[in-house]
Design a protein around this ligand. Structure first.
Ligand SMILES: *[C@@H]1O[C@H](CO)[C@@H](O)[C@H](O)[C@H]1NC(C)=O
Ligand SMILES: *[C@@H]1O[C@H](CO)[C@@H](O)[C@H](O)[C@H]1NC(C)=O
Ligand SMILES: *[C@@H]1O[C@H](CO)[C@@H](O)[C@H](O)[C@H]1NC(C)=O
Length: 531
C-alpha cells in the first residue's frame, strides 16, 4: 500500500516535471523565434490605419495657432467595413469594402476656445495645453482595443526650428527667462514661429483596392502651393496600401525655404501614455505597455492533461528598454535634403533625471535624452581628437571595454557626429558642450552617431553612404544593445537610470540650410521587437 502510494506519487511528479519542461521549452521557443512586438501595428500592415499628426514650435509647444487651422493636432483613423452580397441563384457573392472614418474634419479643425469631450477648463484658452488635450481626445477616437492595453496611432511630427528670441516663448533648460536680442537662431521677424497650414486628404479606397491619403502643407501662411513650390516651404506625408495585402508605405517630402531654413519631419512610434521624447505632456501613440497572458498551443500537454491544450503564461509587456529591443524598418531615400539634412535612420527619445529617477513632469529636473544615427554621408564628425568637447567622455565596446576620448589611438572619433550634455548637469567629469537650452521644454542631452565599423555588431551602417539615396534597405537595428552602451550623463554615485525609450522615429532634420532643400523618402515595415 505504502509502496503503491509512493509509486503513484512518483508517476505524478514525473508528469508534472514533463509538463513544466514542456511549458518552459514552448514558451522559450516562442520567445526565440517569434518576437513580441512593442507596437500596436507590427510592420505597419493593418488595413485599418491609425495615424496622428502633430506640429511643434521651437520649444515643442504651439505658441499661436495658424489662422483657420485649429490646434496643430489631427488624425486619420478608420476601420474597414465589408459588405457581402450573395446572389443565391447564381451561387456567387461579391464583397464590397468601405472605410469608416473615426475622426471628422470638424474634429481635426478643433482650435483653442472651442470645447470638446473631456477638455479640462484650464486648457480651453491656452494653445499649448489645448493641443495636449486634443491629442488625448483624438487618441480616444482612434484607440484600438488590444492586449495588454489599447493603442492609438503612429504619429507624424513636424517641427519648425525658427526661434524669435524677442518673444520670450521658450524656457531655458525648463526655466522661464526674459526675451533676449536676436541673432543666435534663425527667424525672419515677428511671426517666424508660426504653425503650418495643414491640408488633409482623408484616406480613400480607390477602385482596384488601393487605399490612399495624405497630410500636406506649408509654413508660408497665405502661400498657394498648387502652382509649384518655388521659394516656399513644404511638407507632405502620403500613405498608400493595397487592401488586404502588404503594408503601408509612407512617402515623406520636406522642403525648406529662406524663411523656414530649419525643419524637421519624423514618423514616430510614441508610448501610449506618459511623456514621450521631448513632449512633457501625457502622450498617445503606438508603444504598448501592460501585462498580458501569452497562450501557446501544446499538443503534448493534451496527451497528459486532456483538458489543457493551451499553456498560458503571464508576460509583462514593457516599453522598449535597453538592451532588450530591436527596430526594424525599410527606408528608401529618394532625395537627401542637402548637406545640412541630418537624416535619422533611427532616433530614440526618452526622459530621466540626472540622479537616475524617472521623469515626473518637473521641467527643472527632467531631462530629455536623445540618440540618433545620422546617415547623410555629407554629415561630418564634429567630434575629433582636436575637438573632444564635441565627443562623449568615453565609448563602450560591445565587450564592455571603456575607451576614453583622450585615448587617441583607440577612441572611434568618426563614429560620433556630436555629443552635448544636459544644461543642468552639475558634475560633468570633463569639458563637454552643453545642449541648446531653448529647443526643448526642459534640459536635453543628445548623442549623435555616424556610420562606422564599430557599430557593425548592432546591425547599423558601417560605411558612409549605406542606406542613402539609391541604396534602399530593410534594417534590423539592435537599437537596444547599442543604446545600453552609450554614454549618458548621471550625477556621480547615483543609481543608473533604466533606459526606457518612449519614442522611436525615423525622418530628417534639415538643420539651417542656406538654400531651398528637398528631402524625400519612403518608410515602411516599421516595427519594434522586444528581444
Ligand atoms: C475663455 O475665453 C473666453 C473668451 O475670452 C471666455 O469667455 C471664457 O470664460 C474663457 N474660459 C475659461 C475657462 O477661462
Ligand atoms: C491571466 O490569466 C489568469 C487566469 O485565467 C487571470 O486570473 C488573470 O487575470 C490574467 N491576467 C491578465 C493580465 O490578463
Ligand atoms: C584620460 O581621461 C581619463 C578620464 O578622464 C583619465 O582618468 C586619464 O588620466 C586620462 N589619460 C590621459 C593620458 O590624460
Amino acid at each position: 500500500m505504502k509502496i503503491g502510494m509512493a509509486g503513484q506519487l512518483h508517476v505524478m511528479f514525473f508528469l508534472v516535471n514533463v509538463y513544466v519542461l514542456i511549458v518552459l521549452s514552448v514558451v522559450s521557443s516562442v520567445r526565440a523565434k517569434d518576437y513580441i512586438s512593442a507596437v500596436g501595428d507590427p510592420g505597419m500592415r493593418r488595413d485599418g490605419l491609425r495615424l496622428g499628426f502633430e506640429a511643434w514650435n521651437f520649444c515643442n509647444e504651439v505658441g499661436e495657432e495658424a489662422p483657420g487651422m485649429g490646434s496643430p493636432r489631427a488624425a486619420d483613423c478608420f476601420d474597414l467595413s465589408t459588405k457581402v452580397t450573395k446572389y443565391q441563384k447564381h451561387k456567387i457573392s461579391t464583397q464590397s469594402s468601405s472605410l469608416e472614418h473615426k475622426v471628422s474634419e470638424a474634429v481635426n479643425k478643433l482650435g483653442v476656445g472651442t470645447s470638446f469631450p473631456g477638455l479640462k477648463p484650464i486648457a480651453v484658452n491656452n494653445t499649448d495645453l489645448y493641443a495636449a488635450e486634443k491629442e488625448k481626445y483624438l487618441g480616444s477616437l482612434c484607440e484600438v482595443e488590444d492586449t495588454p492595453s489599447p493603442w492609438q496611432f503612429w504619429m507624424v511630427m513636424l517641427k519648425n526650428g525658427n526661434y524669435d528670441t524677442t518673444s520670450g516663448l521658450c524656457p531655458k533648460n525648463g526655466e522661464k527667462v526674459p526675451p533676449f536680442k536676436p541673432g543666435r537662431f534663425p527667424c525672419f521677424g515677428h511671426g517666424c514661429m508660426n504653425q503650418p497650414i495643414l491640408s488633409h486628404q482623408p484616406t480613400q479606397l480607390l477602385n482596384g483596392g488601393t487605399m490612399k491619403g495624405s497630410f500636406r502643407g506649408t509654413y508660408d501662411l497665405g502661400a498657394d502651393f498648387s502652382g509649384g513650390l518655388d521659394g516656399i516651404s513644404f511638407y507632405e506625408v502620403a500613405w498608400e496600401k493595397k487592401l488586404g495585402a502588404g503594408g503601408w508605405a509612407f512617402r515623406h517630402k520636406l522642403k525648406t525655404s529662406k524663411k523656414y531654413p530649419w525643419l524637421m519631419l519624423y514618423l514616430r512610434a510614441d508610448a501610449t501614455q506618459g511623456f514621450s521624447g521631448g513632449y512633457h505632456y501625457d502622450t498617445r501613440g503606438m508603444l504598448k505597455t501592460g501585462k498580458m497572458n501569452l497562450s501557446v498551443n501544446c499538443l503534448l500537454c493534451a496527451a497528459i492533461f486532456p483538458d489543457d491544450t493551451k499553456l498560458t503564461r503571464l508576460v509583462v509587456l514593457q516599453l522598449p528598454e535597453s538592451p532588450n529591443f530591436k527596430v526594424k524598418l525599410t527606408l528608401d531615400i529618394k532625395s537627401g535634403g542637402g548637406p545640412k539634412s541630418q537624416f535619422y535612420l533611427s532616433d530614440i527619445g526618452s526622459c530621466w533625471k540626472n540622479d537616475g529617477r524617472a521623469c515626473d513632469g518637473d521641467v527643472l529636473t527632467d531631462v530629455t535624452r536623445y540618440s540618433e544615427m545620422i546617415i547623410n554621408p555629407e554629415t561630418q564628425a564634429w567630434c575629433s581628437p582636436s575637438s573632444v568637447t564635441n565627443c562623449p567622455p568615453y565609448h563602450i565596446t560591445p565587450n564592455n571595454i571603456k575607451i576614453y576620448r583622450n585615448d587617441t589611438h583607440n577612441f572611434p572619433y568618426g563614429a560620433y557626429h556630436y555629443y552635448c550634455a544636459p544644461g543642468n548637469a552639475q558634475h560633468l567629469p570633463e569639458q563637454v558642450d552643453r545642449c541648446d537650452p531653448y529647443s526643448n521644454p526642459q534640459a536635453q542631452e543628445i548623442v549623435q552617431l555616424l556610420p562606422h565599423p564599430i557599430w557593425a555588431e548592432y546591425g547599423y551602417p558601417t560605411k558612409k553612404g549605406e542606406g542613402w539615396v539609391g541604396d534602399a534597405r530593410t534594417w534590423e537595428l539592435d537599437v537596444g544593445g547599442l543604446s545600453k552602451r552609450l554614454y549618458f550623463y548621471q550625477d556621480p554615485g547615483s543609481h543608473p537610470a533604466r533606459r526606457i525609450w518612449t519614442s522611436i522615429d525615423t525622418g530628417t532634420e534639415i538643420f539651417v540650410s542656406n538654400k531651398d532643400e528637398v528631402a524625400e523618402w519612403i518608410l515602411s515595415d516599421f516595427d519594434v521587437l522586444l528581444t
